[in-house]
Design a protein around this ligand. Sequence first.
Ligand code: AMP
Length: 136
Amino acid sequence: MASIFTRIVTGDIPAIKLYEDDMTLAFMDINPASRGHALVISKAELPGLLDLPPEVLTAVALATQKVARALVTVLQPDGVNIVQNNGAAAGQTVFHYHVHIIPRWDGDGALGLWTPRPGDPAALRELAEQVKAQLS
Ligand code: AMP
């Protein structure tokens, strides 16, 4: 069964659209975390970041910047979060690649991401070595 976002792409269900090109579509989030909260999706139904071919990743990134610039011009927020969830444990609820653009205002409390705590340097270095080995 097609994802809810594919059904928006095909016009089967409505959305308040902002921008569209060959590979991407942007529309207002139906449950906004802040005023102007928008989504940019790949038209291709791919679950997450790790599944994207470079051209789709690039197209969504460029569309995200374009839409974010327009939102910032219109709303004049103090900041903008770009959020992208992969997997249910990370908060993903729609398994069709999308990027959140969330305009922010000082003290709005719209988003809690994490509580920073100092990491153990030895553990950080050990993990970095494993990841670098994977990358080389
Ligand atoms: P995520 O939790 O990262 O998968 O985000 C999914 C987002 O899609 C949520 O912020 C929802 O509010 C939003 N959403 C789900 N259905 C719709 C819809 N029909 N139109 C617009 N936004 C939607």
